[in-house]
Design a protein around this ligand. Structure first.
Ligand code: SF4
Ligand code: SF4
Length: 89
């Protein structure tokens, strides 16, 4: 089974940003106070479902998806962080 078949598009439901050490403490605090922003594993996640994500958890624009999506590493650190956000084992 493909790993992506198990999480219903977790990475397609969030906007992601790396929480860097260079990010000032006050800005991190500001971001964290916003509704729907989650901090996990060194990333900031803003819940925002991609309009191309189908109800079946598959991309409806697969052939024309952005390069960002094409380069996303299945099973990589960011993938695992997204899955953790949605409590997918
Ligand atoms: S890349 Fe990772 S988070 Fe995205 S759908 Fe596949 S398994 Fe889920
Ligand atoms: S374009 Fe497709 S792969 Fe990219 S975030 Fe949207 S649904 Fe996911």
């Amino acid at each position: 089974m493909n790993l992506c078949d198990t999480c219903n598009g977790a990475c397609c439901k969030v906007l992601l940003a790396l929480e860097t050490k260079l990010m000032k403490q006050d800005f991190r605090c500001f971001i964290a106070m916003h509704k729907d922003v989650t901090q996990s594993a060194g990333y900031l996640f803003l819940e925002s479902r991609c309009r191309n994500l189908g109800v079946d958890g598959r991309c409806n624009a697969y052939e024309h998806r952005p390069n960002y999506c094409k380069r996303f590493v299945v099973g990589g650190k960011l993938c695992r962080a997204c899955r953790a956000l949605y409590n997918v084992a």
